[in-house]
Design a protein around this ligand. Structure first.
Ligand code: ATP
Ligand code: MG
Length: 543
């Protein structure tokens, strides 16, 4: 059963929606046990160097049951954190379910992190168990020296001194396990923010956040599930977008998910994979779409037949949205959310007119507004904080062991996202930028996204990022960093040409004064531009 039901219009769906969050709720029951007991269809299609492996819900359940026993035998107690330092490995998905079944808190962690980032998360979370593979073991071992944790390391692909084979341990454990009863607001996982603007913070989420995510997933994927659905995203499961927008919503509805073991996003392979497995719905970030745009004829050559694409995490922009819906031959819905409060604004093109460049409207079940810093809602058109009203089941319980940060996240009943924007008369939200990224120039407040979108319309530009650099007269002037297509040579003439091109599309005060060509932009592991790093680099150059 979907949480949202087809209806004639957005207003109708929004108006009719009611949450039902039971007092006791465990994610594992909904994403695994329920389907294992039923038709037991395919849960996971793992496509890796070793070939393709398929898992039914029953197999996932038996694996999770065994793993739950192993974690408990290793001394884990209710609420303890278990770090999962793996890519899209079948046992990573199993480990989340195992943790929830046993009342433990899973801690998804990206394999792209270095030693310090892993050590930071170990120390901050106090994880006592970690699950990883041989490739990532050296990093985890170094991090353990810094953090003094975890006590126990399990490996998915072997055993070495100091790290135990999880498969060997699971083979000795029973395949029966009764999922513990958890309150809906009991912690289920701890997810760190991407660290785009500073130190990542651990957002602690309750079991109920699964229900909180479902309207957004069902809406954004155009009344998902539909017959024949099969889902994929290159977004890692260590990131909320991969775990809670794709993997777990698919399992909630018994839909199979493709897992890929690509180390680095390869746009050719992305098309090939979607074609090979008949992927119908995908979450593709703007960065992924920008890279896929470089592949000629990707859809036709791969036989990709998408039904719906969800994008977000950064501004998609009208230009990219237009390319994607044309070339991917499907509905592309932009959505908005954050680790703390995910999938709360979005588009569903089949029930509402899309205004390209906007974040869409509040997803059914969520109440959004633009508020000032005191939490007072502002009228249509006024720029302020994008905010969501509590209580809302999707919202974080707290920032892990940071009561001050948790308190500061709210103004009255409103969760302050830290992003600025305005809402128009029709309830569409327009993103201006992260509060820290907004550029102040000649008395104007300018969001980098609009400038970047205009720049990427130029045929030579792959990705662009705009920042404000201090200026005695204008407060800030705009500087853009541009990555060019592989076959394009950087030159002052090209910079002038791009500036003129942007000048035709934007107001004068929005045109970058400086353009610097770079080979790459600083990005978080999930492909978000870190404008803060560009600002710091600029500041260092100027001193
Ligand atoms: P940190 O909070 O550590 O700086 P982060 O904010 O990048 O990192 P996430 O929670 O992964 O970590 O990202 C959420 C943020 O991503 C949002 O607050 C917003 O700034 C941005 N974002 C998400 N969706 C969109 C979108 N559709 N358009 C523009 N920005 C978006
Ligand atoms: Mg954030």
């Amino acid at each position: 059963m979907r949480l949202i039901e087809s209806a004639s219009s957005y207003d109708d769906i929004y108006g009719r929606f009611r949450w039902f969050v039971p007092e006791y709720y465990n994610i594992a029951t909904d994403v695994c046990d329920r389907h294992a007991a039923g038709a037991d269809g395919t849960a996971l299609i793992a496509d890796g160097p070793g070939g393709v492996q398929r898992f039914s819900f029953g197999q996932i359940q038996r694996l999770a049951n065994r793993m739950a026993h192993v974690f408990l035998a290793a001394g884990a107690q209710r609420g303890d954190r278990v770090m999962i330092l793996l890519g899209q490995d079948p046992l990573a998905a199993v480990a989340h379910v195992a943790c929830w079944k046993a009342g433990l808190v899973s801690l998804p962690t990206s394999v792209l992190f270095g030693v310090d980032a892993v050590a930071y998360r170990l120390t901050d979370s106090g994880a006592i168990i970690a699950l990883t593979d041989l490739e990532n073991l050296p990093k985890l071992a170094d991090a353990r020296t810094q953090a003094g944790l975890p006590r126990t390391i399990f490996l998915v692909d072997g055993a070495v001194p100091g790290a135990t084979s999880i498969e060997a341990a699971m083979a000795r454990a029973s395949e029966h396990f009764v999922t513990v009863t958890t309150r809906a607001d009991e912690p289920a996982f701890l997810n760190y923010t991407s660290g785009t603007t500073g130190w990542p913070k651990g957002a602690l989420h309750a079991h109920r956040t699964m229900l909180g995510h479902m309207p957004g997933a069902e809406f954004g994927f155009d009344f998902f599930p539909q017959p024949g659905d099969c889902m994929w995203s290159p977004a890692d499961w260590s990131w909320l977008a991969g775990l809670m927008d794709v993997l777990m919503p698919a399992w909630f509805h018994g839909v199979p998910v493709v897992a890929s073991r690509q180390k680095k996003f390869d746009p050719e392979e992305a098309f090939a994979l979607m074609g090979r497995h008949g992927v119908r719905t995908a979450l593709l970030t703007p960065t992924a779409l920008k890279l896929m745009r470089q592949v000629p004829n990707g859809v036709a050559r791969s036989g990709t037949k998408l039904r719906c694409v969800l994008s977000g995490g950064e501004s998609v922009g009208a230009e990219l949205l237009d390319w994607a819906s044309r070339e991917l031959r499907t509905q592309v819905n932009e959505a908005y959310g954050q680790t703390e409060c995910n999938l709360v604004l979005g588009n569903c093109a089949s029930v509402m007119p899309v205004k390209p460049g906007s974040l869409g409207r509040a997803v059914p079940g969520h109440v959004a507004a633009i508020v000032d810093d005191d939490g007072t809602p502002l009228p249509a058109g006024a720029v302020g904080n994008i905010a969501l009203r509590r209580p809302d089941p999707v919202m974080l319980l707290e920032y892990w062991r940071k009561p001050d940060a948790t308190r500061d996240k709210f103004a009255g009943d409103w969760l302050i996202t830290g992003d600025l924007g305005h809402m128009d008369e029709d309830g569409y939200v327009w993103f201006q930028g992260r509060a820290d990224d907004v550029i102040t120039s000649s008395g104007y407040r300018i969001g980098p996204a609009e400038i970047e979108d205009a720049m990427t319309r130029h045929p030579a530009v792959v990705i662009a990022a705009a920042i404000g650099v201090p200026d005695p007269v204008r407060t800030e002037t705009i500087k853009a960093f541009v990555v060019l297509k592989a076959d394009t040579r950087a030159s002052p003439g090209l910079a002038d040409e791009i500036r003129a091109f942007v000048g035709e599309r934007l107001a004068r005060h929005e045109c970058p004064r400086d353009i610097e060509f770079v080979d790459e932009l600083p990005m978080t592991t999930n492909g978000k531009v870190i404008r803060r790093a560009l600002r710091e680099r600029e500041a260092a150059r100027r001193t």
